[in-house]
Structure formats: structure tokens, C-alpha cells
Ligand binder design. Sequence first.
Ligand SMILES: [Zn+2]
Length: 84
Amino acid sequence: MKSIELHPAYRWDCDDCGRENFVRGFIASLPNDEMSQMKEACGIPEEDHCEWIARPTRVTCIHCKATFSVSYPLTFKDDDDDGQ
Ligand SMILES: [Zn+2]
């Protein structure tokens, strides 16, 4: 059996034509100290392997060619936001 590589991707629905789209995520290369900070902010144990997937800031529908900026529904706790 032949094998293929899977790549992380984001799914989004076009507001103009309503069709489903996919766009690849980009694996971010972070320095070890920044990766440790991100793991801590997300509650991921330091010893766990993880890859940080960067999202695009703009997407274009492959069906109707409409272009959109991207909003991010997820937020993470920032040390500066703890009210202290
Ligand atoms: Zn579209």
C-alpha cells in the first residue's frame, strides 16, 4: 500500500457562495523558550511533543475567488491579562 503525508489544515465556509474550503496550516518554528511559554499558556505538559500551527490572516475561496480576512474564535490566557 502506498502512503501519503497528511498536512494540518483549516476548514472554512465562504460567506459569498456558501461552499466549503480548506487551507493549509503552517507549522511554526518557535524557539524552545517560546514553545515552553505557549505550552504553559495552553495547559500542555512541557514533556509533550506538539507542533504550533499558524493560521493564515487572509483566505480566498477556491470556488468564487472571494477574499476574506480571518477572525480567530480562540483566545489564550496571557500573563499580562491576569489582572495583577
Ligand atoms: Zn466562495
